[in-house]
Design a protein around this ligand. Structure first.
Ligand code: ADP
Ligand code: MG
Length: 258
């Protein structure tokens, strides 16, 4: 299984929207896909129609109580897409794990050796705390949603510094599969300018596929559906399908065979 952390310490940049829709696109392509909701807000769980009462076993149980992985996974309504949901309990996990010796390795230990899925996406919370560190420790690679706005690059350099530290300390093989520009609005000159700057700085790291600002993407979660199911032909859905195609092209050869 290849594990991809979707992280950016800024909130509201499109992590969860990207996690839900790229996971759905990969599942539609036939990949057995797992979405691990690692944000106490549980937006990915809600967006995939997993009611709070249905979150019997969650990412909190996996991390803190070390419940077996298989017991935390539940199916979604989407074929090939399973989820480990998140509950508000998870907001306490950062504190509860502080005194644990292997606190940054909990998630990696839990996922190691799991072969029932081809790919796992981890939807990270908006911080660089212990939860995100666990995701970076467990991941093969990182996908960074970046909203094209004025301070985007500043936040990005802080994130890249964290990645470097993680590589030095506990996950030397952590890669960055790409940066995805989100909420792109071509009528907005600043958006355009930031996108150009990001491409100038980071060139090949930035996915060609850009996610447009699209109201269908923001409506879909309130119906408990991925945009790809809610309206598969809207501009946002088409962008995520293109992104999935590009992602598959960037994954290491030996892992593409799904
Ligand atoms: P994060 O997980 O980084 O906090 P979200 O994916 O939850 O970000 O997105 C923040 C808000 O913006 C949500 O209300 C979401 O529906 C909306 N949103 C995300 N991406 C888009 C987009 N491309 N177009 C329009 N709205 C979007
Ligand atoms: Mg989120």
């Amino acid at each position: 299984m290849i594990t991809i952390a979707i992280a950016n310490q800024k909130g509201g940049v499109g992590k969860t929207t990207t996690a839900i829709n790229i996971a759905t696109a990969m599942a539609a392509t036939g990949w057995k896909t797992l979405l691990l909701d690692l944000d106490p807000q549980g937006n990915a769980s809600t967006g995939l129609g997993v009611e709070v009462e249905a979150r019997v076993c969650s990412s909190y149980d996996l991390l803190v109580d070390q419940v077996a992985l298989a017991d935390c996974i539940q199916p979604t309504n989407i074929p090939n897409l399973d989820i480990i949901p998140a509950t508000v309990d998870l907001s306490g996990a950062e504190v509860e794990l502080v005194s644990v010796e292997d606190r940054t390795a909990r998630l990696r230990d839990a996922l190691t050796g799991h072969t029932a899925h081809d790919i796992c996406f981890i939807d990270c919370p908006p911080s660089l705390g212990l939860l995100t560190l666990n995701a970076l420790g467990a991941a093969d690679t990182l996908m960074v949603p970046l909203q094209c706005e004025f301070f985007a690059l500043e936040g990005l350099s802080q994130l890249l510094l964290t990645v470097e530290r993680v590589q030095q300390r506990f996950n030397p093989d952590l890669g960055i599969v790409g940066i995805v520009l989100t909420m792109f609005d071509r009528r907005n000159r600043l958006t355009d300018q930031v996108a150009d700057d990001v491409r100038d700085c980071l060139a090949g790291l930035v996915f060609e596929s850009v996610i447009p600002r699209n109201v269908r993407l923001s409506e879909a979660p309130s119906h408990g559906l991925p945009a790809l199911v809610y309206d598969h032909s809207c501009a946002g859905s088409r962008a995520y399908i293109a992104l999935a195609r590009e992602l598959i092209g960037r994954l290491p050869e030996q892992r593409k065979a799904a």
